[in-house]
Every structure is written in structure tokens, then in C-alpha cells.
Design a protein around this ligand. Structure first.
Ligand code: FMN
Length: 204
């Protein structure tokens, strides 16, 4: 039973890009979502060197205002529009512009940061650990009846300003993504997944 429910939860989670900014998120639900992040798999290289910063109210607004200065936010949406047949509706471009204006207006945002590491292999582990936590949070949010959406950014200037908002040291800390949390104002269609990507190698 749990196996079927877990798979169902995984398959029905969708990335949301338009939230109801006036619907507050229950504190217990938020607490469970952050707990799920903490319990994501850990790389031995990273261990506890990560932060999940919960941003609400004015703090959320300040962070969103910094992130939307990054041109990759809109570039990402443009790429999706150009590559997804289901995204080619007339309204898509307006949706993208709306999203880039206030990052979807989610009432709550989690900023995920990892420690920088000059060693490429270790840095890859640091980043991978953060993405494991992202998936945990998205699934826990879905299980709590909430919607979520991860957003990435590339501008070094934006990243530095974001870290400064948290009062952490921007020489040491790297923002990896923000996770929007709240209640969706849309019902996004799932993107196709290709079962052919699964390869079974069997030797008798
Ligand atoms: C590594 C990674 C980076 C992503 N970056 C962004 C992003 O910058 N902006 C955005 O709107 N969505 C971003 N997404 C969300 C994906 O676009 C989304 O997961 C994908 O379109 C599939 O939709 P689904 O999550 O509803 O299944 C990212 C997802 C991943 C895994």
C-alpha cells in the first residue's frame, strides 16, 4: 500500500509557478517540510555544511526582488516554452513574464545554501546533497497538500546579494536554489517522461 502511495505521490507532484500569495502556510506543515530536508541523504564530504533559510513576509519579498534581477529566470522559461509542445499556448509568454516579475508570488520561500568547495568532486557531492533535500521537500509539501517549485539562478552578483541577505559569508556559502511553497493558482500539466530511459542489463 505504502509503495503504491509513494509512487503516486512522486508522479503527481508538479512544479508550480503561480501561487496564491494571500494563503498562509501552516507552521506545522512548514516544520515537516524542513524536517524532510534535514533527513535527506548526506554525503560524507558535506555532512552538516548546509543551510535551509526560511523566508517569509518582507524577507521573502527582498529575496525575490534580488533573484528576479537574474536574466536566467526568464531564459529558463523561454527554453521551456521553446521545447515543450504543451507550453505553446497563447498565455504561456504572459505566464513566464508574470513568473519573472515576482517568482510566482509564493507566500514562503526556502533558500538552500551549501558550502563552497574548490575540489570539484566534493562540490558535486555538496550540490547533489542539496538536490536530494529539494526532492524531499517537494514530496513532503505535496503530501501536506501544498504546492512547490524549485528555481535556480546563475548570476554571481545575484548569488552574492542573496547570501548577504542571510548574513552568511558569501565567500564560503553558495546558494543552490530557492524552493517556493504555498497553494497553487494553476494546474500544470505533467511533462512527458520517457520509459526508454530505463535500461535493464541482465546477465544469466
Ligand atoms: C536542476 C533543476 C533546475 C530547475 N530550475 C528551474 C528554474 O530555474 N526555473 C523554473 O521555473 N523551474 C526550474 N526547475 C523545474 C523544472 O522545470 C521542472 O521540474 C520540469 O519542468 C518538470 O516539471 P514537473 O516538476 O512539474 O514534473 C528545475 C528543476 C531541476 C531538476
Amino acid at each position: 500500500m505504502l509503495a503504491r502511495q509513494t509512487l503516486q505521490l512522486i508522479k503527481t507532484r508538479r512544479t508550480c509557478r503561480s501561487f496564491d500569495k494571500y494563503k498562509e502556510v501552516d507552521e506545522n506543515k512548514l516544520d515537516n517540510i524542513l524536517e524532510s530536508a534535514i533527513w535527506a541523504p548526506l554525503s560524507i564530504y558535506q555532512l552538516q555544511e548546509r543551510k535551509f533559510v526560511l523566508l517569509k513576509g518582507k524577507a521573502r519579498e527582498k529575496a525575490a526582488a534580488v533573484i528576479v534581477k537574474d536574466p536566467t529566470i526568464l531564459k529558463y522559461m523561454r527554453y521551456m516554452y521553446d521545447h515543450q509542445p504543451w507550453g505553446r499556448d497563447d498565455d504561456w509568454e504572459n505566464k513566464a513574464i508574470d513568473f519573472a516579475a515576482d517568482l510566482g508570488s509564493a507566500p514562503v520561500m526556502v533558500l538552500a545554501l551549501t558550502q563552497k568547495n574548490a575540489n570539484r568532486h566534493k562540490m558535486e557531492h555538496n550540490l547533489a546533497t542539496m538536490w536530494c533535500a529539494a526532492q524531499n521537500m517537494m514530496l513532503q509539501a505535496h503530501a501536506e497538500g501544498l504546492d512547490s517549485g524549485v528555481v535556480t539562478f546563475a548570476s554571481e552578483k545575484v548569488k552574492k546579494q542573496l547570501v548577504e541577505l542571510t548574513e552568511l559569508d558569501s565567500e564560503k556559502w553558495e546558494p543552490v536554489y530557492i524552493l517556493n511553497l504555498g497553494e497553487s493558482r494553476e494546474d500544470p500539466a505533467p511533462m512527458d517522461r520517457h520509459r526508454e530511459n530505463v535500461i535493464i542489463v541482465k546477465e544469466n
